[in-house]
Design a protein around this ligand. Structure first.
Ligand SMILES: [Zn+2]
Length: 202
């Protein structure tokens, strides 16, 4: 079954990314959905050590982030509403990934509202970019614990989301794509570029 296959593949990715230091102290969250049932979001449960994350650590919520009845006792990630809003804003999205990487946090601690990135070969990791001779802006949005407010911030920032990734200030990076493969590539692309830019500039 496609859902089980994707759970296994995403759980494997989550454990690998934990080894990179992208999800300390049970933090970060991940989700996917399938084309045949776009109203069901499989999202990581809250509070799981990401070094131990398995396919059983996903639960199902609807497009509003409400747990499906058979998961009523489970707690979805506190940031589930961010996932719901991204699926709403970018309907082709089937997978959303997140990191609490050091470089996204460092950039957003010292920069205003974006990180401008230019001229790197790895920019071609973003869907639609075919040459290094380009410039992209990765938006920085202020962090908050109020997910309803943040969803509104995201909606208002839609025009600025010209690459499938953004930074939450002193928090981490979100990235998404039309499947797990694309979402994974997009997160790894932005994280690599943020590391290059940080080391280059300082
Ligand atoms: Zn987070």
């Amino acid at each position: 079954m496609e859902a089980e296959k994707t759970k296994l593949a995403l759980a494997d990715t989550i454990r690998n990314w934990h080894q990179k230091g992208w999800s300390p102290a049970t933090s970060t969250n991940y989700s996917f959905r399938l084309p045949e049932d776009p109203n069901t979001i499989y999202v990581s449960r809250s509070g799981i050590d990401k070094s131990q994350f398995t396919a059983d650590d996903f639960m199902e919520v609807d497009l509003q982030g409400i747990a499906k009845p058979r998961f009523a006792d489970a707690r979805p990630s506190a940031e589930t509403l961010i996932h719901c809003t991204l699926y709403e804003l970018f309907p082709e999205t089937q997978c959303i990934v997140h990191s609490h990487s050091v470089y996204s946090v460092l950039h957003s601690a010292v920069e205003q509202d974006r990180v401008t990135i230019q001229g790197y070969e790895v920019l071609k990791g973003f869907e639609g970019i075919t040459t290094h001779e380009t410039t992209v802006d990765c938006p920085i949005l202020d962090n908050t614990q109020d997910m309803v407010a943040f969803s509104e911030t995201l909606r208002n920032a839609k025009e600025k989301l010209t690459i499938p990734a953004f930074i939450m200030r002193k928090h981490g990076t979100y990235a998404w794509g039309k499947n797990l493969f694309d979402a994974k590539r997009h997160l790894e692309t932005i994280e690599y570029l943020l590391e290059c830019e940080w080391k280059l500039r300082r």
